[in-house]
Design a protein around this ligand. Structure first.
Ligand SMILES: [Mn+2]
Length: 358
């Protein structure tokens, strides 16, 4: 309820009549609904109104709190009911989630409610979710603990001859056994040359001795995500791969050591990036140092060179995940989830970052 009240205050402060929330993770965050179809109208004043369909008639009674509920019959759809109920008849300004609306819905609103000014909102619920409560942090912490257990287990299982898909299947299986509701995203298992692909989802390629294997995975626990990456070695690896491993490990640790509330996201990115650049691999680290994490795997703030506008505040949860990728050779990435604290940070991912040679 506190979340909805905060959002309603934001809607009011912006001089809007209401915000139409169409992004399902935002709807879950605001009222608890976990289904796959729904829209939530959050007015500046009065009770929020949630719309879904018949499939969720019983489920909403169990899940949804803080909103009036309308179940739409099978022959109609949610936007039609906005017209039938004349929902926006006394509105001047209706905001919508710019990054989470279909063109057809936008066009429908525009043509059916010509008297209403439609305001594209980019980062309204996003800003609300950026700062976590201690309860929310404990969910992410438990999701991260599941990740650590899965990593331990998978290290016992991994061996040359298995395919990347075999490893991904073990990660998914042990995630469930340890209480993860689902994978946070498509599991990345990238071995050998494929470890130079920052987002190399598992393939049928078989693992071989002398290769690095990057495992990047996460899970959802009570609606909150974790995200971790470890790169392991199968037997003896080349001197160059050992070298980039050490550089990434130190760059990642330096960012953790220097992180504290009050700095901005760009400064944090610079700490990891400068170390990698100093050692000659700046051009091989082509992605952000990290991102916010919570009800979604990727949230605000984004930790990169454009992050000056994001001051890091206590109780933000972010990832720190620098990497080096050498095309045709291999790559390394190491990622932890951390909570920004006043004088430093709390690292939620506890698996060792010393190179594991299996
Ligand atoms: Mn990540």
């Amino acid at each position: 309820m506190a979340r909805l009240a905060k959002l309603q205050r934001m809607v009011k402060d912006k001089g809007l009549d209401a915000l139409l929330v169409t992004h399902l993770p935002h709807i879950q965050y605001l009222i608890g609904f976990t289904g796959s179809n729904g829209m939530l109208l959050v007015p500046a004043q009065g009770k929020p109104h949630f719309f879904t369909d018949f499939r969720y008639k019983a489920q909403v009674k169990l899940e949804v709190a803080g909103a009036k509920i309308s179940i739409i019959d099978r022959d109609r759809n949610i936007p039609d009911s906005f017209v039938e109920k004349q929902l926006f008849s006394d509105y001047d300004h209706l905001a919508f989630e710019k990054n989470h609306i279909s063109y057809s819905l936008y066009d429908f609103l525009r043509t059916k409610f010509r008297h209403v000014k439609l305001d594209p909102e980019i980062e309204m619920v996003e800003k609300l979710t950026m700062i976590k409560s201690e309860d929310e942090i404990s969910m992410i912490k438990q999701a991260a603990m599941i990740g650590d257990k899965v990593f331990e287990k998978v290290c016992e299982i991994i061996k040359p001859g298995m395919s990347e898909l075999d490893v991904a299947a073990e990660i998914a299986y042990h995630t469930r056994l340890n209480g993860g509701e689902r994978d946070a995203f498509t599991i990345i298992v990238a071995s050998g040359e494929r470890s130079a692909l920052p987002h190399g989802t598992a393939s049928s390629k078989k693992l071989r001795k002398g290769e690095l294997v990057t495992l990047d995975f996460g899970c959802v626990f009570n609606g909150f995500n974790s995200d971790m990456t470890r790169t392991i070695a199968l037997g003896k690896i080349s001197t160059e791969l050992q070298k980039i491993y050490e550089i990434v490990k130190i760059a990642q640790q330096r960012a953790i050591d220097k992180l504290h509330a009050g700095m901005n996201a760009r400064e944090l990115d610079t700490i990891a990036r400068d170390y990698i650049t100093l050692h000659g691999y700046g051009s091989k680290f082509g992605h952000s140092t990290g991102h916010g994490i919570g009800i979604q795997v990727h949230e605000l703030p984004t930790i990169n060179q454009k992050g000056e506008k994001y001051k890091l505040e206590p109780n933000m949860v972010i990832t720190i995940e620098p990497g080096i990728y050498l095309e045709g050779i291999g790559g390394v990435r190491i990622e932890d989830d951390v909570v920004v604290r006043k004088d430093g940070c709390e690292v939620l991912t506890t698996s060792t970052k010393e190179m594991r040679v299996l």
